[in-house]
Design a binder for this molecule. Structure first.
Ligand SMILES: CC(C)(COP(=O)(O)OP(=O)(O)OC[C@H]1O[C@@H](n2cnc3c(N)ncnc32)[C@H](O)[C@@H]1OP(=O)(O)O)[C@@H](O)C(=O)NCCC(=O)NCCSC(=O)CCC(=O)c1ccccc1C(=O)O
Length: 272
């Protein structure tokens, strides 16, 4: 059954739609294989933040317009000195800000990849929770060929996923890998014929929507905490605080303060 996507709001470089609990964000610059410029990244960050705020959305799909590319990374035409130059003349590296937003969105993000996922575009799919690839997908890094590198999550998360030897090969040699090769190295979750890509991705999204949102939220935070040191722990701990605020024990502390009495925590069990 096809999903009846409804546009959420207007953007210049992206399309943001939602339906049936799923947010779908599409990089819409097919003339440059969906390369991103600073404005694209600002819009993506805005759309992801809206997904975070929207209680109707439980899963987000990130994709690229057309069948030729998911995303080919930074738009080399606007690369200046010190970053990618926006329309006001300011050089930016705001792909890094988008990476944080995807990684810390407390909802699963699925990369739906047809065609090229290259350079900074490849890093985006690496940071998504899951990747569903069409059989025409091609994956790779391009930095050392074009005088760039992502020595943050772009390198280190990739190594966590495919292992150090393979990650070094991918980054140092800038080769491209087929969808099947990416599947075999654990870089994508499923490969399907191009014409089934959206149907299969929606199937995975709906399966996620049947699961406990709090369980998924904590699992995502735990996977982040494993790699992100104190920042990851801060996020995991924030989720724990959110849950604690929902308990009677948590509420007793607040109520006692507001009622100007001593809190009575004696009724709460000290479980083993
Ligand atoms: C993806 C290709 C291998 C596809 O090749 P092919 O099918 O032959 O198509 P083309 O004819 O090359 O491309 C069609 C059309 O698109 C234009 N185009 C493609 N990619 C880009 C791009 N990245 N920027 C600008 N334009 C692009 C291409 O010129 C064609 O247009 P015409 O008008 O027809 O000429 C191949 O396209 C390819 O290799 N593309 C470039 C890949 C690449 O080098 N990407 C950049 C890597 S570096 C990067 O992404 C860093 C950005 C980043 O995220 C980052 C990292 C670390 C810190 C901070 C940041 C940050 O904030 O940005």
């Amino acid at each position: 059954m096809p999903v009846n996507w409804q546009k959420v709001c207007d953007y210049q470089d992206i399309i943001f739609e939602k339906a049936e609990g799923i947010g779908k964000i599409t990089i819409n610059r097919p003339e440059v294989h969906n390369a991103f410029r600073p404005e694209t990244l600002s819009e993506l960050i805005d759309a992801f933040n809206r997904c975070r705020e929207d209680p109707e959305i439980g899963v987000v799909i990130l994709t690229g317009a057309g069948t030729k590319a998911f995303c080919s990374g930074g738009d080399q035409r606007v690369r200046g000195e010190g970053g990618y130059v926006d329309q006001t003349g300011v050089p930016r590296l705001n792909a890094l800000d988008l990476q944080k937003v995807i990684k810390y969105l407390p909802k699963p993000v699925i990369a739906m990849v047809a065609g090229y996922a290259i350079g900074g575009g490849h890093v985006l799919h690496v940071l998504c929770d899951l990747t569903i690839a069409a059989d025409n997908a091609r994956f790779g890094q391009a930095g050392p060929r074009v005088g760039s590198f992502d020595a943050g999550w772009g390198a280190t998360m990739l190594a966590r996923i495919v292992g150090h030897k393979k990650a070094r090969e991918i980054w140092y040699l800038c080769r491209q890998y087929t969808a099947q090769e990416a599947y075999e190295m654990g870089l994508v979750n499923k490969v399907v014929p191009l014409e089934q890509l959206e149907e299969e991705t929606i199937k995975w999204a709906k399966e996620l929507l049947e699961k406990s949102p709090t369980a998924l939220r904590f699992l995502k935070a735990a996977f982040n905490a494993d790699t992100d040191g104190l920042a990851g722990l801060q996020d995991l701990a924030g989720n724990a605080t959110m849950l604690f605020y929902m308990t009677e024990e948590g509420k007793e502390g607040r109520n006692a303060f507001l009622e100007k009495r001593k809190p009575n925590f004696s009724k709460f069990p000290r479980l083993p």
